[in-house]
Design a protein around this ligand. Structure first.
Ligand SMILES: Nc1ncnc2c1ncn2[C@@H]1O[C@H](COP(=O)(O)OP(=O)(O)OP(=O)(O)O)[C@@H](O)[C@H]1O
Length: 381
């Protein structure tokens, strides 16, 4: 039986608790801005958004990145502030707006504020970047698990493949621009600050892409390169994850070229003309490459070697196309219908393909997708 004195004592306790929690709670202050909607929308409508807990998480050459929490759903977000020149439309914005894909970071909103000459990209938040995750393994003299490399590289190639379907070249693929959620095994490409939609007869700048990840034709000064410069960069990222440091590690472009030549051999003058390299005199003797396995100095499985050799071709025209790379035996484990993350958690959605991806790849899709138990039908997930 509850007596009235018990009830009033209990009420007093609850009231006291409430008084204390209000007295000690930090006042929450929200930033309120008018923003336009991001990826997948036309961005024509302005909406009010509110966020709180803004903390600086990174600075890059083009701006600063903050983490915050969006009031509407309590979800974490990343806000990248980039200085803008009002005379030009931001390519980064146009591309992020258009590219609606599971392996490309999603732009939720964007806004500018009168008092600061900045464009603010409000994006979905990802816990880490691949450079950080990889550094953690390397610092402890450990190797990133082969299964994690495989899972991330599948998603990287799929995201790059989607950009290339739209004739967009990222031009800065490197571990720092690959965001990951380790618990769920998800990878998304970020930083479209150097990205561009290629158009015929329009020259492209050569001094682009971070040093260790630059394709040889960029070092040779080509202005007429194509999307395959990203494919080379993907090859250098795979190599770095396997080798625990950048594979073409040197301080200058010419020394990086020397390493590429050591691995793959000196291109002849005829090759350079055919491959669209700007011809420069190479200040080295003509040599035959040692091959990527010997160059890295690590025994690689045949399927890993095949992947690396298909991505890292000196001739840009011979580099494998990203979606084709997904058909290679290296990725077979991921096609097992029972595939799970090592933690036992379900694998991320790797085969939730968009109509545009299906249509563009209908001839190879059966080699990318898991086979059904009967072994003859493609299992569309
Ligand atoms: N959506 C996001 N979620 C979480 N972290 C992010 C997000 N976007 C960017 N970052 C972090 O901020 C860093 C810098 O972002 P970004 O590369 O877009 O800026 P940047 O100014 O172009 O940098 P840089 O000059 O180094 O290329 C990333 O490497 C990543 O660590």
């Amino acid at each position: 039986m509850i007596r009235s004195s018990d009830t009033s004592r209990h009420c007093l306790k609850v009231l006291e608790g409430m008084r204390r929690s209000t007295a000690f709670a930090e006042p929450v202050s929200f930033h309120t801005v008018m923003a336009r909607q991001g990826t997948g929308s036309k961005g024509e409508r302005e909406v009010e958004i509110q966020f709180t807990n803004m903390q600086l998480i990174g600075t890059g050459s083009f701006g600063a990145v903050y983490k915050a929490v969006l009031r509407e759903n309590d979800e974490p977000i990343a806000i990248k502030k980039v200085k803008v020149d009002d005379r030009f439309k931001s390519r980064e914005l146009t591309i992020m707006h258009e590219m609606d894909h599971p392996n490309i970071i999603r732009l939720l909103y964007y806004y500018t504020m009168q008092q600061e000459n900045c464009l603010n990209f409000v994006m979905e938040f990802m816990p880490k970047d691949l450079a950080y995750v990889h550094r953690q393994f390397a610092h402890n003299d450990k190797q990133m698990p082969a299964s994690a490399i495989k899972l991330y590289m599948f998603q990287l190639l799929r995201g790059i493949g989607f950009l290339h379907l739209h004739n967009i070249v990222h031009r800065d693929i490197k571990p720092k621009n690959l965001l990951v959620d380790e618990a769920n095994g998800i990878l998304k490409i970020c930083d479209f600050g150097s990205a561009k939609r290629l158009s015929k007869n329009e020259p492209n700048i050569t001094y682009i892409c971070s040093r260790y990840y630059r394709a040889p034709e960029l070092i040779f000064g080509s202005k007429d390169y194509d999307t395959s410069i990203d494919t080379w960069s993907v090859g250098t990222v795979v190599g770095e994850l396997l080798h625990n440091c950048p594979i073409f590690l040197a301080d200058s472009a010419i020394d990086i070229l020397a390493l590429q030549i050591k691995a793959f051999g000196t291109p002849s003058k005829e090759d350079m003309t055919k491959w669209n390299y700007e011809f420069v005199h190479i200040p080295y003797d003509t040599i035959t490459g040692v091959g990527i396995q010997k160059f890295i100095g690590r025994k690689l499985s045949l399927s890993t070697l095949e992947l690396l050799n298909s991505l890292l071709k000196m001739d840009p025209k011979l580099r494998i196309k990203p979606y084709h790379a997904l058909t290679l035996p290296y990725f077979d484990d991921l096609r097992d219908p029972h595939y799970k993350l090592p933690s036992g958690a379900p694998a991320p959605l790797l085969f939730d393909w968009l109509e545009k991806e299906y249509i563009a790849n209908h001839e190879i899709i059966k080699d990318i997708f898991p086979r059904s138990e009967e072994g003859d039908k493609v299992e569309c997930l």
